[in-house]
Design a protein around this ligand. Sequence first.
Ligand code: NDP
Length: 289
Amino acid sequence: MKIGFIGLGAMGFPMARHLAKEHEVVVWNRTREKAERHAREHGTKLAGDIAECADADVVITMLPTSAEVDEIVDRLLPSLREGTLFIDATSGDPNVSRKTAARLAERGVAFVDAPVTGATVGAENATLTIMIGGTPEDFARARDVLRLNGKTIIHVGPVGSGHAIKVLTNSIMGATVWITSECLLLAKELGIDLETALAVTNAGSGRSNASENLLPMRLVEGKWPLVFKLAHHDKDIRIAMSLAHELHASTPLLALTQQLFSASLHELGDQADYIEVAKIVAKMNGTSW
Ligand code: NDP
């Protein structure tokens, strides 16, 4: 199968590498050097022009937001062929995805939203969880391709529902990271050793991915790697909030989480990692970890 892959960032670069094990993969990236390196190191084909990615059985985008996906769709539309499946793996906006799907359908191109979770380590090891919005037939086609990237692939519902559940689940994680940081900081201020506080949390009902995996490395070992940009996480929570607004839903904790993450983004800048919000929790209390 021929796959056009667009967006070789932290997630897209390893995802395209795994796809190349079974398929002919044509890669395009805004910063061309990354695509050149991908072709050189992983046996993919460098697209001379982005339109070369359109001439494929499957086109995959892995970009920051739906706005960039929209721009790319504009550029690909004249060259897309009938029968192609367009898979948007970006964590995007369900409302934009539905419009994109309608635009592509006019040209006989099927669309699924297929955002992922599992972080860069999941992309590297092909163990991502992938949530797909689309018809059952398009889901089956997408699953056949994306099985090379993930071990859990779930059909969520019609187009847009993959993007919707992705931003909701990331919002849960955001609120959890924040409250866990607050309580661990309080424990520390009360004279409880951080490792002990984490051990108790992880043996009890406060346990989460944040307390087990994300925070110990940062708070105890002092290592703050960039694995998922705070800017991306903030975008996800803002999309979740906009969905809540549309439904006139009462979601005070989601609203507060969105405010805290946006304020943290202003403070830390767009190259910060999402777990660095823990630094803001400390700063708000006049201290550091
Ligand atoms: P990166 O910032 O690492 O990569 C973004 C990619 O998009 C790069 O290839 C970049 O090109 C390209 N790009 C940015 N702007 C444009 C543009 N205007 N036109 C064309 N290409 C553009 O992001 P990630 O790979 O981390 O994230 C991608 C998506 O996956 C996001 O929606 C994110 O929320 C989601 N995600 C990320 C996870 C993570 O742990 N990192 C986990 C799960 C989901 P260039 O190389 O030129 O900058």
